[in-house]
Design a protein around this ligand. Structure first.
Ligand code: DC
Length: 228
């Protein structure tokens, strides 16, 4: 499906914990553009397939679930609410358990294909900030600006640890770092859409940067490109 003459897109790809979600939400808000959280689509697909009692290696059945997802994204003052078949799954899809389901279904080519057009449909005026793993390499190859945002596994583990303990959730830092490494490995080595920077992406290592630093660096690129 062609994206010719479509609205502008900034793609932000990279591993989990690099700060993509936060940065993309801030960018979309600052620019007044739409936001695509593509990871949420994989999380919702994993959850929906699990709820239907499917085994996640049943590629055709999981792809059918992905193609027929009855999901709504409802913006609220507290962020976007995610409604799956009438059920509010906003919090559920953020759990480690659903993250693992997402990582498994994301490895299935037919599932990725089934979600392709749904993701491209988010490209609407005045612009889109697309957060994911393959936004610049597969979904929006003609994006005006492509960012690959990364950080060391240790730093990402620390950030996740802080998030969880602040919520009062017990966590083990070494286990979190190990989990991040395993997930990176699976995401980087899968046959379809492996996690890697697009050849024309700007790589930003956020290990010793604040969210504001990252936001400014990306906004500078947006200005330099004459998009704002
Ligand atoms: O960004 P996240 O943690 O919500 O992503 C959940 C999973 O989905 C993660 O294992 C990577 C995968 N994913 C993907 O393969 N492609 C995307 N565009 C977004 C997420």
């Amino acid at each position: 499906m062609s994206n010719n003459n479509a609205s502008v897109v900034i793609t932000v790809d990279g591993p989990s914990g690099a700060g993509k979600g936060t940065v993309c939400a801030i960018l979309a808000e600052t620019l007044g553009w739409h936001l695509l959280d593509s990871g949420a689509l994989y999380r919702i697909t994993g959850l929906a397939a699990d709820r239907k009692g499917l085994t996640l290696d049943d590629e055709a059945a999981v792809a059918d679930v992905a193609a027929g997802l009855d999901v709504r994204f409802e913006p609220t003052s507290q962020g976007v609410r995610v409604i799956l078949e009438g059920d509010d799954v906003t919090t559920t899809i953020r759990t480690e358990e659903v993250g693992s389901l997402a990582s498994q279904v994301a490895a299935l080519p037919k599932v990725r294909e089934a979600l392709l057009q749904r993701q491209r449909d988010f490209r609407q005026a005045p612009g889109l900030v697309a957060d994911g793993r393959d936004m610049g390499t597969v979904v929006f190859t003609d994006a005006e600006i492509k960012i690959f945002l990364t950080a060391s596994a240790e730093e990402r583990g620390q950030r996740r640890y802080k998030q969880l303990t602040e919520k009062g959730i017990n966590a083990s830092l070494p286990a979190l770092i190990e989990d991040i490494r395993v997930r990176d490995e699976r995401d980087s080595n899968r046959a379809v859409a492996p996690l890697r920077p697009a050849t024309d992406a700007t790589v930003i290592d956020s290990t010793s940067m604040t969210i504001e630093d990252v936001r400014e660096e990306i906004l500078t690129l947006v200005r330099q490109a004459g998009l704002i």
